[in-house]
Design a protein. Structure first.
Ligand SMILES: [Fe+2]
Ligand SMILES: [Fe+2]
Length: 136
């Protein structure tokens, strides 16, 4: 499987597109890690992914929300709630027993990212595209 950002996923903002690409990259890395899964301990690698994702959500959501606020996006509150939901979900995942269920954790993480891309980026983020364009 290849998790690849495509030109038609663009929300017409270079910074946000770059940030979204980064999420695809993290997803791809998790997928590669699952496919090469062997008996090695992946605990450190998984914790690294969690911390990277955590940094990423905080940075990206804040950046996006500020930009949407600037352009007076009418559905900002609902959008913020969705962001909050993804942050909580990631928090729950990080608090599970990771050590003894490493492969399951990676599989759940890849599902989490796939959901985020399909349910959020390709729907909710796409929905603000026109508001961003009108700002220019
Ligand atoms: Fe986004
Ligand atoms: Fe968003």
């Amino acid at each position: 499987m290849i998790l690849e950002w495509k030109e038609n996923f663009s929300v017409n903002n270079k910074d946000i597109d770059e940030q979204h690409k980064k999420l695809f990259e993290i997803g791809q890395r998790i997928y590669d890690s699952i496919s090469t899964m062997n008996s090695y301990d992946r605990y450190d690698e998984i914790m690294e992914i969690f911390s990277e994702l955590n940094e990423y959500v905080k940075f990206h959501f804040k950046f996006e929300e500020e930009l949407l606020e600037e352009c007076g996006y009418s559905k900002l509150e609902t959008h913020k709630m969705e962001h909050h939901f993804f942050m909580k979900k990631l928090e729950r995942e990080a608090n599970r027993d990771i050590e003894s269920s490493q492969k399951e954790t990676l599989v759940r993480l890849i599902n989490f990212i796939a959901d985020w891309i399909v349910q959020h980026i390709l729907k909710e983020d796409m929905a603000y595209k026109e508001s961003l364009m009108m700002k220019r």
